[in-house]
Design a protein around this ligand. Structure first.
Ligand code: 13P
Length: 257
């Protein structure tokens, strides 16, 4: 069975009440591929606003969640609070948090487990730095990031893996289709070995890093690329073209128009 295409929009620390309402009304009115799962991740402050305005069927992700239940954790947001606000997904392990806020693999894994235990889906980000790529360590780095989660979580049915090479994020340097496909295929091989055939076949592996309306179509045709995690372009009308990119993915046998 074909995996459902998945496109996430990571707004990062961008937007205002006005601009987020505008993006949402653009999405609400756009003709979107009905077979693509669409999830937007506005900053925490705007999650409720987004849920109030975004039409049903389009989902919302937090950009982060804490691994502890409600309590004395200033500045954090709990899994229960996301559920209470009808937020069904969270990003975790984004490189900006791993690098700037020094979140390590164990913390990302603990948060992933907490989110899944509470019924929140996880867009689990992984990816290598330029230095790691140039020293041939890409697959090793990415699989060790995933392994930390696999040690705590056996059921990956509510995880979407986002492969985001750090050197391609916000740089305009998109990974080539071959580079992206190679890592996605290696992740799928790893899933097969560690978690079995079913998890390998069913887990969506999406690509992030300078995805645009120009490069998304070729990337979407790759057999192991099941969607995108979009940063900058998710704030622009181009996001709709990216959501619809898979309509052109005939080579995978998934053309639906
Ligand atoms: O980090 C990203 C999505 O999480 C990618 O960001 P850009 O699309 O702006 O490169």
């Amino acid at each position: 069975m074909a995996r459902q295409f998945f496109v996430g929009g990571n707004f990062k620390m961008n937007g205002s009440v006005e601009s987020i309402k505008k993006i949402i009304s653009y999405l609400n009115d756009a003709k979107l591929d009905p077979n693509t799962e669409v999830v937007i991740a506005p900053p925490a402050l705007y999650l409720l606003l987004a849920r109030e305005h975004l039409k049903p069927g389009l989902e919302i992700a937090a950009q982060n969640v804490f691994d502890k239940p409600n309590g004395a954790f200033t500045g954090e947001i709990s899994v229960d609070q996301l559920k209470d606000s009808n937020i069904t997904w969270t990003l975790l392990g984004h490189s900006e948090r791993r690098v700037i806020l020094q979140e390590d693999d164990a913390f990302v894994a603990a948060k992933t487990k907490a989110a899944l235990d509470g019924g929140i889906g996880v867009i689990l980000c992984c990816g290598e730095s330029l230095e790691q790529r140039e020293s041939g360590k890409t697959i090793e780095v990415v699989t060790s990031q995933l392994k930390a989660v696999a040690e705590k979580v056996k059921d990956w049915s509510k995880i979407v893996i986002a492969y985001e090479p750090i050197w391609a994020i916000g740089t305009g340097k998109v990974a080539s289709t071959e580079q992206a496909q190679e890592v996605h295929a290696a992740i799928r091989q790893w899933l097969k070995k560690e978690l079995g055939d079913k998890t390998a076949e069913e887990t969506r592996i999406i690509y992030g890093g300078s995805v645009s309306e120009k490069n998304c179509k070729d990337l979407s045709k790759q057999p192991d690329i099941d969607g995108f995690l979009v940063g900058g372009a998710s704030l622009k009308p181009a996001f709709v073209d990216i959501i619809n990119s898979h309509l052109y993915g005939e080579e995978k046998g998934n053309s639906r128009l």
